[in-house]
Design a protein around this ligand. Structure first.
Ligand code: NDP
Length: 449
């Protein structure tokens, strides 16, 4: 059942539904934030007067364009690409590019909308944006991926820049794709403008620890939530969905902090390894060979592969959804709770359905929503921008230390705001209100723009 919206917010939400038909993920992301904001409007009537919520729900600019490219056999393909520049009150638009067959405007808008609040939460000077394409990189050759990236950039280059809009990676876009995109941007503009992209390779302007940052940051946030409850990760049984960038480095940090990871997945199935996932084998399969997770079971006697399995059925104390939106449903949440799960930290964006979120909150487990828990990725992107601006390059240890401090700070702000608004330990309320207040105050200060 959905929570009732404040009477001032319901018409705004209805307007969002009417103006953005069919964009269900965007509707879901907006509703989730609005459900937290009722008490804020009581304390801050100026936000209603300035129509801040209506303005924040409308992207500043939405770009949709055609990307034609040729595959290795000479056949032409047409994809659609997007860049939604959502809010620049706090800094240049900042957010990743996603390449996945499911991408359409509603997905990019939900991600861009969440990004506004997440970026505000980091305390860094970055606005919110997101982009992507319905291009499916699976099974494509290196050369095809490069041609696609180059074709996309022929249009995108005119909309981005160090002070305008700074893309990064997301699902289907890692360092390889950033390289091709950045290379083409450099060629078209004749500028080595490092700050236009983050997630670059360390040898060409990237930040150490950026690759690891989202996964590590999620585990740092989890660790803080556990501390509040007098717990640690030591000896805890964990499961991590996905086996991409975020999942792999979340697993790495869990292992460093003494936890045991017994399952991970991809969109085809689940690996269960009761002896604990062997990270070296996982990295070899996913990062070096770029193969499916099923091949992990062929290399480890202790592992079983469940085709089309549901990872949330695997008993655990701690669960980290690190794959995609709405991957954890109400049914899955019930199963996790029945199996004794005490903490959920979201590495992915909006991975839990509204029913699942409600169940976690009602059960009072430690639940860290993505916009707070996975903010370490974009925070380290902002650190990459800092290094680019000062032509500097920090050590891994220093950058990780900064990331850890940022995550501790995000956790504290969410925790304290939740208490202030009479919702103790509710990190959804804490994250939404903290992020919103920062952006809303800036929007009022900047006038009607
Ligand atoms: P990757 O492309 O590296 O990995 C994605 C993983 O999730 C893969 O294992 C993929 O499996 C799986 N997956 C994707 N779609 C589905 C699906 N529909 N059903 C089941 N599994 C799926 O992406 P990232 O690790 O970078 O991103 C994962 C999540 O983290 C996303 O929600 C992203 O928005 C979020 N995120 C990422 C950040 C970053 O810095 N990269 C920052 C903040 C959030 P398969 O290979 O089968 O597709």
């Amino acid at each position: 059942m959905m929570a009732v919206l404040d009477e001032k917010l319901e018409p705004i939400y209805q307007d969002v539904l009417r103006r953005n038909p069919g964009e269900t993920e965007f509707h879901q992301a907006v509703r989730e934030v609005l459900e937290s904001l009722g008490p804020v409007l009581v304390k801050h009537p100026e936000f209603a007067e300035h129509k801040i919520i209506q303005r924040i729900c409308e992207p500043e600019r939405q770009i949709i364009f055609r990307v034609p490219w040729e595959d290795d056999s000479g056949e032409t393909h047409i994809n659609r690409a997007f860049r939604v520049e959502f809010n620049s009150a706090l800094g240049p638009y900042k957010g990743g590019m996603r390449f996945h067959s499911s991408v359409y405007l509603g997905i990019i808008k939900f991600l861009g909308f969440e990004q506004i609040f997440k970026n505000a939460l980091t305390g860094m000077p970055i606005g919110g944006g997101k982009g992507g394409s319905d291009f499916d990189p699976k099974g494509r050759s290196e050369a095809e991926i490069m041609r696609f990236c180059q074709s996309l950039m022929i249009e995108l280059y005119r909309h981005i820049g160090e002070y305008t809009d700074v893309p990064a990676g997301d699902i289907g876009v890692g360092q390889r794709e950033i390289g091709y995109l950045f290379g083409q941007y450099k060629r078209i503009t004749n500028r080595y403008e490092s700050g236009v992209f983050t997630g670059k390779g360390v040898g060409w302007g990237g930040s150490r620890a950026r690759t690891e940052a989202t996964g590590y940051g999620t585990v740092f946030f989890l660790d803080e939530m556990l501390k509040v409850r007098g717990e640690t990760l030591e000896g805890k049984t964990c499961i991590v969905s996905g086996s991409g960038n975020v999942a792999i480095f979340a697993i790495e940090k869990i292992l460093e902090l003494g936890g045991k990871v017994v399952a991970c997945s991809d969109s085809n199935g689940v690996i269960v390894d009761e002896q604990g996932i062997d990270l070296a084998v996982l990295k070899e399969i996913k990062l070096v060979e770029r193969r499916r997770i099923s091949s992990y079971a062929q290399r480890r006697d202790s592992a079983r592969y469940r085709e089309n399995g549901v990872i949330w059925d695997v008993p655990c104390e701690v669960a980290l959804p690190c794959a995609t939106q709405n991957e954890l449903t109400g049914r899955d949440a019930r199963k996790l709770l029945a199996n004794g799960c005490i903490a959920v930290a979201e590495g992915a964006n909006m991975p839990t359905t509204p029913e699942g979120v409600r169940l976690f909150l009602d059960a009072s487990i430690a639940y860290g929503p993505g916009k707070a828990a996975n903010a370490g990725g974009v925070a380290t992107s902002a650190l990459e921008m800092q290094q680019n601006a000062s032509r500097d390059s920090w050590t891994f240890e220093y950058t990780e230390q900064r990331l850890r401090e940022i995550m501790v700070g995000i956790h504290r702000r969410c925790h304290d705001t939740a208490e202030e608004y009479a919702a103790p330990n509710n990190y959804v309320v804490g994250a939404n209100i903290t992020g919103f207040l920062k952006v809303a105050h800036a929007m009022v200060a900047l006038g009607l723009v």
